[in-house]
Design a protein around this ligand. Sequence first.
Ligand SMILES: Cc1ncc(COP(=O)(O)O)c(C=O)c1O
Length: 405
Amino acid sequence: MEIKYSELSKRTKSSEIRELLKYTRIKDIISFAGGLPDPSLFPIKDVTRITEEVLQEKGFLALQYGPTIGEPDFIDAIREHTNQYGEEIENDQICVTSSSQQGLDLISLVMLDPGDEIILELPSYLGAIQAFERTGVIMNGIPLQNDGMDIEILSNIIKKKLSVGKKIKFIYTIPDYQNPSGITMSKEKRLKLIEIADKYSIPIIEDSPYRELCYNNSKVPSLWALTNSKGIIQLKTLSKMLFPGMRIGWIAAEKEIVNKFSLMKQSVDLCSPTINQLIIAQYVREGLMKATIERAIALYQEKIACMLNALKKYMPEYVTWSKPTGGVFLWIKLPDYMDSKELIKKAAENKVIFVTGKPFHCDGSGKNTLRLNYSFPTIEQINTGIFRLTETIKEFQKLNKELIY
Ligand SMILES: Cc1ncc(COP(=O)(O)O)c(C=O)c1O
């Protein structure tokens, strides 16, 4: 059968990272590749009990279709959770999603047309790049500094685009413990970003899956809080702070915008799983969500400390890395002449893998970078894995030097 595929499907590319999956099958390999939570944190007993209670008490609702915008009980729970973390949100500012990846899909469906211009960080989350890229937009990458995107370059790019009659559809940012870099945007930069976005009437997409996973008690206010939610579309998910298996998250925005997303969601999946929303609603009501997040913080704090110590102990001086204070990722920069796509082949032979950095760059740069995850491997694996990675980099550097000189 010959199918004439849509232009959109032709623009949908497989990620380079998919190819790396073959390495995860190697016996005894240590993987710093995924962004998976530590499964020892999964509250299996509580979820089993709550599921039974939900089915007994509200089975007629739990197994039924639900409102596209989300179950009222769950929306109440989101408001409660958001308030616990010091932010204000109204129920009618929330549209439940089948996790943040759907949020990104809805954003691309509702806001983007081929040829539109958008701004994102360099590097940025690969899943967002994929969702935006297939719509045929032009992506403008703003280099990240240690405290967030380079605001001067941001301002210059906007001015340049406006001067030739182009409009920027939105600025996409991951301000807290960014994926992939682990970098957090400073309050000063957040305020400047808001000022620029406001000046040129550009909406900001604040994608913040890692915000609650803060390891040093020094949370910078969210863009949502700093603007009183004006001009911000925020994406949230339970995937990292709780568990990804239920595929639940939400989009927060001004009421009219949320209704637009909800309308689009109708045509995408009618509603997110009702039973999952009801289970999580009870989980939050019982105070278990905050407790799970606190356990995750304690565990990941130990893991990041272990990774940073191991890097300091083993890595040669020509390698640099970010120092995340939250989230689940750390970013490594190799000398310019090294290609992490080549390095990973050697690393896999030495039984350690990571994710190469280039696919996170919308402009095709970043070949000398790589991302490490520390939430999934055990402490012992982190220590051994960083040792193996260091040995691989040293071997690789010798090889590269021989090729250069
Ligand atoms: C910045 C960012 N946004 C969105 C997602 C999508 O997560 P999910 O669909 O599991 O909510 C991820 C996952 O890693 C992410 O890092």
